[in-house]
Design a protein around this ligand. Structure first.
Ligand code: SF4
Ligand code: SF4
Length: 216
């Protein structure tokens, strides 16, 4: 499971660095490396592009996991080259960028757009699997998430627009609710479909979300 990211267009990155002459680069060795958006090859490519645009790059690093406490250790270890930079360009997901900003007093710029939480499919593409909705219904939907598999995020059955088992929004993919029905039926649980009616409780997904448990 990965936090899926895409690299921002270089022109947008350059624009975000306006006013800076020296930029320290931070990549992440976990999800962005798997997505090929912020691992070593991508950081080195951005470094060359920045040098070509007339900026200086006093250093770069790949934090093994930019969203955890390793970020603090890495930033402390790279104190000297970071001190030379006007700002940090971070090729990590939104969690990683915020974590770097938490441990560094330098200005921070994101180099990636964070898209979704997902996994590779059989074609090697990344696919969204969970919205972290706070009310998991997988136990009633045969292990298929209706919020990510259905184009309309419907949680109480199909919209009625499906055709030949395909989604009306995207005819290339199967209707999520037909998949849910077929899988429930295969387990002799088709009747369960009438109990899948849910009403979304928006209090569970109001931002920022917090657990009742205090982190250790
Ligand atoms: S219902 Fe879907 S979006 Fe919600 S927690 Fe379960 S898998 Fe995630
Ligand atoms: S056709 Fe199926 S997957 Fe597509 S929006 Fe309607 S219920 Fe959701």
């Amino acid at each position: 499971m990965y936090m899926i990211t895409e690299q921002k267009p270089f022109e947008e990155i350059l624009q975000s660095l306006q006013g800076a002459t020296s930029v320290y680069l931070v990549g992440c060795g976990t999800c962005p490396a798997a997505c090929r958006t912020g691992g070593k090859p991508e950081v080195l490519a951005i470094k060359e592009a920045l040098l070509g645009a007339g900026l200086t790059v006093p250093g770069w690093m790949i934090i093994p996991t930019a969203c955890d406490e390793l970020a603090e250790q890495a930033i402390v270890a790279q104190g000297e080259p970071i001190a030379e930079a006007d700002c940090l360009l971070v090729l990590a997901c939104g969690l990683g960028v915020q974590n770097v900003a938490r441990y560094s007093d330098k200005q921070v710029r994101p180099g990636l757009n964070t898209l979704f939480f997902g996994q590779r499919d059989e074609d090697g593409r990344f696919v969204e699997l969970c919205l972290q909705c706070g009310e998991c219904v997988l136990g009633r939907t045969a292990g298929i998430c209706p919020r990510t598999a259905c184009a309309k995020e419907l949680v109480n059955g199909p919209c009625g627009g499906y055709h030949n088992g395909k989604c009306e929004v995207d005819p290339e993919r199967p209707c999520a609710w037909m998949r849910i029905y077929d899988r429930l039926a295969a387990h002799g649980q088709a009747d369960q479909l009438v109990t899948t009616l849910t009403i979304k409780d928006y209090r569970k997904a109001s931002h920022p979300r917090r657990t009742v448990v205090v982190a250790q």
